[in-house]
Each structure stands twice: as C-alpha cells, then as structure tokens.
Write a protein that binds this ligand. Structure first.
Ligand code: DX5
Ligand code: ZN
Length: 220
C-alpha cells in the first residue's frame, strides 16, 4: 500500500523566543503536524514546556497539534493538554502501569490517542491497545533530547508494527521520532513509517530553509 509521508517538525529545535512565529513558518513551509515535546525532568532528564505554552502557541497554526508527553505520572495532565488545544495526545507505555486506562481517558475527551515505545520496549503490549489507538510512535532515540543519532535496530520494530497495523485494518499512524535526517527518513519510510518527526533536520538553516528541508524529508 502506498502511503503518503507526513512530516511533523518537533518544535524542540525552534527558537523558543519566537515560538509563535516559528510555528507559523513551519506551517507555511508545509508541515503536516506540529510536534510538541513535553518533558518533565522525571520520566526524561530534560524539562521543556507545559499546557500553558501549548495554549499560547495554538492560534499560530490550524494544523494537527501532535503532543508527545514524556511525563510520569501522566493521567492528571491529560485534560489540561486536551483543553490547551492538542489534537493527538501520545503517552509513553513505560510511563504508566495503566496505559489502557490513560488511552481511554484521552479518547473520552474526543482526542486522538497515541502510544509511544522507547527503543528498549518490545511491541507485544500493543496487542491489547491496537483497537483503541490512532497513532503508534516508535522512538528511534532514547527520549529526552533533540539531536541524537538514529538507532538502526528500531527499523525492524517499525517493520513488525507496520504488519500489525495492516493486519488490524485500522487507520493508525506509524510515527518515528529521533535522529531523522535526509538519510534516515528514507530508511524509516521504507520500513513502513508514515509520519516522520524531525527537529534538527527541519529547523537547520533558519526559516528560509524550512520548506526545502521539509520537502527533502518527504523524499521530494
Ligand atoms: C526526543 C524528542 C524528539 C526530538 C527529535 O525526546 O521526542 O521529538 O526532539 O529531535 P531530532 O529530530 O533533532 O532528533
Ligand atoms: Zn517527540
């Protein structure tokens, strides 16, 4: 099946002093999703942004706000991120012993739900949530920072998840996040990914380069 590759720039690599303008710029440059990395200094070492910032930047684009929560515990914050204007809320399987319940909560708020797997996490747990999720995120780096090197062993994981998604017959995004550049983008798509998160590779060179960067990542 031929899938269209969508690009989700991670705003972690944007100029935080001009976040609204940066989001408008990647929107105009052809971004499909706006990927927002939320880190808590607990589940992952870094601290980034919270729901107040998501709310503040929301008016700068009508595109899908794809909010990647690297936080634990997570349940108490889901409603705030939903109210802030998230369209997709992705949680980490490792961040809660109750990912089924968390996904139910996200769906009850009429948001799309994603589940993310760290590089060291196996895919078996997907069996029990395949009927609920709208997105599966394969981390191709250990979460916590932008600018890391793509972990090649995750390509096999992407292939196996692609098969599971196709067998399910459901419309589920297969997203890859971490170390995506002009070379690794092709590998991930070949393995079956259809949404590529890219921080460094989108924002390199400043606003005049965003459109060309996004086109190259899409393989155009
Ligand atoms: C990593 C984040 C990623 C990251 C991607 O924890 O989830 O979204 O910012 O950055 P690059 O594309 O620079 O690897
Ligand atoms: Zn991310």
């Amino acid at each position: 099946m031929q899938r269209e590759t969508r690009i989700a720039p991670s705003i972690l690599s944007a100029d935080f002093a001009r976040l609204g303008e940066e989001i408008a710029a990647i929107d105009a440059a052809g971004a499909d999703y706006i990927h927002v990395d939320v880190m808590d200094g607990h589940f992952v070492p870094a601290i980034t942004i919270g729901p107040a910032v998501v709310k503040a930047i929301r008016p700068f684009s009508k595109k899908t706000f794809d909010v990647h929560l690297m936080i634990s515990p997570v349940d108490n914050y889901i409603r705030e991120f939903a109210d802030a204007g998230s369209d997709i809320i992705t949680i980490h399987a490792e961040a809660t012993p109750h990912c089924h319940r968390t996904i139910q909560l996200i769906k009850s708020l009429d948001k799309k739900a994603g589940i993310s797997l760290n590089p060291g996490t196996s895919i078996e747990l997907l069996d029990n949530v395949m009927d609920m999720v709208d997105l599966i995120l394969v981390m191709s780096v250990n979460p916590g920072f932008g600018g890391q090197k793509f972990i090649v062993s995750q390509l096999e994981k992407i292939r196996r998840i692609r098969q599971r998604i196709d067998n399910s017959g459901r419309d589920i995004d297969l997203q890859v996040d971490g170390g995506i550049n002009m070379e690794t983008a092709g590998w991930a798509v070949e393995a079956g990914a259809d949404v590529l998160v890219a921080g460094t590779a989108t924002f390199t060179g400043g606003p005049s380069q965003y459109e060309i960067n996004i086109q190259k990542l899409r393989g155009e």
